[in-house]
Design a protein around this ligand. Structure first.
Ligand code: DQA
Length: 149
C-alpha cells in the first residue's frame, strides 16, 4: 500500500503568520509543514505538501493524488465555501480525506459555516490552529491501519 500523503492548502494560507494572527495564529505555513513532516515520518508516511492561490492547481494536485496517494489532508481555505470543482475532484478519490480549518469556521461569519468539501471528508477538524493538521495525520494513520486489518 502507498504511504504517501498529500497535504493541500488553498488561497492566502501562504501568508500565515502575517495574516490576521488573532484568527490564524503566529505559525507560518513553513512551521506547519515542518510539524506535518515530523508527525508523518513517525508513522512512516511520505508527504507532498503544497499551497496554491489558484483553484486549478489544487484540482491538478487532487488528480495527481488520486493515482498515488494513501490519504489527504486538505485545507481548501476560502474555496471550502465556494468550490464545486474541488468537491468534484475529491469525489473521484478513494482514499480518506481529512478537512482541516485553522480557525473555528462555525464561530465565524455565516458564509463560512457551509463547506462543500465536508460532503466527501472522512473527518473535519476546525479551530485547533496549526495542530489540526497533526491531528488529521494521526487520524489518517488510524483509518489506514484499520483498513489494512
Ligand atoms: C480557513 C477558514 C476559511 O473560512 C478561510 O477562508 C481561510 C482559512 C481556516 O483554516 O480557518 O482562508 O480554511
Amino acid at each position: 500500500m502507498s504511504r504517501l500523503l498529500y497535504i493541500l492548502n488553498g488561497p492566502n494560507l501562504n501568508l500565515l503568520g502575517k495574516r490576521q494572527p488573532h484568527i490564524y495564529g503566529h505559525e507560518t505555513l513553513a512551521d506547519i509543514e515542518a510539524n506535518c513532516r515530523r508527525v508523518a515520518t513517525a508513522h512512516a508516511f511520505d508527504v507532498r505538501f503544497h499551497q496554491s492561490n489558484r483553484e486549478y492547481e489544487l484540482i491538478d494536485w487532487i488528480h495527481e493524488a488520486r493515482e498515488t496517494a494513501a490519504g489527504m489532508v486538505i485545507n481548501p481555505a476560502a474555496f471550502t465555501h465556494t468550490s464545486v470543482a474541488i468537491l468534484d475532484a475529491l469525489s473521484m478519490c478513494e482514499f480518506p480525506i481529512m478537512e482541516v480549518h485553522i480557525s473555528n469556521i462555525h464561530k465565524r461569519e455565516a458564509f463560512r459555516h457551509h463547506s462543500y468539501v465536508s460532503a466527501v471528508a472522512s473527518g473535519v477538524i476546525a479551530g485547533c490552529g496549526g495542530q489540526g493538521y497533526e491531528l488529521a495525520i494521526e487520524r489518517l494513520a488510524t483509518l489506514l491501519a484499520e483498513a489494512q486489518k
